[in-house]
Design a protein around this ligand. Structure first.
Ligand code: GDP
Ligand code: GDP
Ligand code: MG
Length: 332
């Protein structure tokens, strides 16, 4: 390996370590409630029996992993214990990590996600971001735009939340931070019109990526869901197969509610991915397991803080490692 390649590798290792540290830090609350209780139950010398398994299941359920997913985890765990003839409880953590990681399928697009790749023949890549109020859509769009920018792509954000009074200003601040362009109209304008303008601007400027912010909406508000339909139709006038991505943003602090929202939205919108925010602010990070294990839509990104670099590609292995990380974090 040449000096430059070694240097690049060091930088990559370093940035991977930093992002793993950030993930570990972000999962602190979940780890405290979930993994520390598991470790207490799984002391060395404890026999593996029905009461231990029931205790593990109870810890999983109360950590917002959900009943169905917890049952699945326990049944796979039992099978592994039998297969590998495990007798002592302290080996269970390792198996549990394996079982959980194997249930969190890596998204087929994880490589492209990680490197913010866009196919040359598919520009502009059009990303539509939806979800209920306050889940973190606008913040996430700022972070996503920043990541694409860092990867050298050009980005235009479309401010199609024309409903909320301060929406334009908030998005403008994020666009500035990320160093990307924004297209907006005045409050009350037709969101679909903003989308049309944005896609046309992107085509005229040969922009790589379009990210559309939308107003918060509930899946059962018919008028608002029709509005989404209209946005989709208008996009197709400029780019026939748009949107390329429909990301549903979910707030991890709402735990099992987030899972419920995801289930409802998958029925009414053609989701291509889920972004789970605020993992840093909650002990309910177990909900990721339920969401990733029980939906047909992949978790693509996770939010681990309010800063612009606090968005991570969801990596099941890194997630489980960080969740079970034993090292205590020190401030530097
Ligand atoms: P929107 O209504 O869906 O557009 O949500 P916003 O983007 O306005 O975010 C609502 C709040 O959630 C803001 O205070 C954000 O700072 C906060 N937020 C968003 N993502 C994260 C995250 O990953 N971690 C934390 N701690 N806060 C977040
Ligand atoms: P109702 O309260 O059930 O009669 O429903 P409304 O239509 O009055 O609106 C309920 C909520 O939906 C409002 O508080 C807004 O958050 C949202 N909302 C209403 N109209 C619009 C709209 O035109 N666009 C968007 N994005 N949100 C809307
Ligand atoms: Mg918003």
């Amino acid at each position: 390996m040449g000096l430059f390649d070694r240097f690049k590798k060091t930088i990559t290792d370093l940035s991977e370590k930093l992002s793993f540290d950030r993930l570990t830090e972000g999962l602190a609350k979940t780890r405290d409630s979930f993994v520390s209780r598991l470790r207490k139950a799984l002391f060395a010398g404890r026999k593996i029996d029905a009461s231990l398994l029931a205790e593990i299941e109870e810890i999983l359920i109360s950590s917002d992993v959900g009943v169905a997913t917890s049952e699945q985890i326990i049944s796979r765990l039992k099978e592994r214990v039998r297969q590998d003839k495990i007798e002592d409880a302290d080996s269970i953590i390792t198996i549990l990590k394996d079982v959980i990681a194997s249930m969190l399928a890596e998204s087929p697009s994880s490589h492209n996600d990680r490197h913010f790749v866009i196919a040359d023949d598919n520009k502009p890549l059009v990303i539509l971001v939806i979800g209920v109020n306050g889940v973190g859509k606008t913040t996430t769009i700022g972070k996503l735009a920043y990541n694409y920018r860092q990867a050298g792509r050009s980005v235009i954000i479309g401010a199609a939340d024309t409903f909320r009074a301060a929406a334009n200003e908030q998005l403008e601040i994020w666009a500035q931070r990320a160093g990307v362009d924004i297209v907006q109209q005045k409050q009350g304008a037709d969101p679909a019109a903003v989308v049309y303008d944005t896609l046309n601007a992107a085509t005229a400027r040969s922009t790589d990526v379009v990210i559309i912010d939308t107003a918060g909406r509930l899946h059962n508000k018919q008028g608002l869901m029709q509005e989404l339909g209209k946005i989709g139709r208008v996009m197709k006038k400029v780019k026939p197969d748009a949107p390329d991505e429909v990301f549903l943003v979910l707030d991890a602090t709402t735990g099992q509610n987030a899972l419920q929202q995801a289930k409802e939205f998958t029925k009414v919108a053609p989701l291509t991915g889920i972004i789970l925010t605020k993992l840093d602010g909650t002990a309910k990070g177990g909900a990721v397991l339920a969401i990733a294990a029980s939906l047909n839509v992949s978790v693509r990104y996770i939010g681990v803080g309010e800063k612009i670099d606090d968005l991570q590609v969801f990596d099941p292995i890194a997630f489980v490692e960080a969740l079970f990380e034993e090292r205590t974090m020190v401030d530097v």
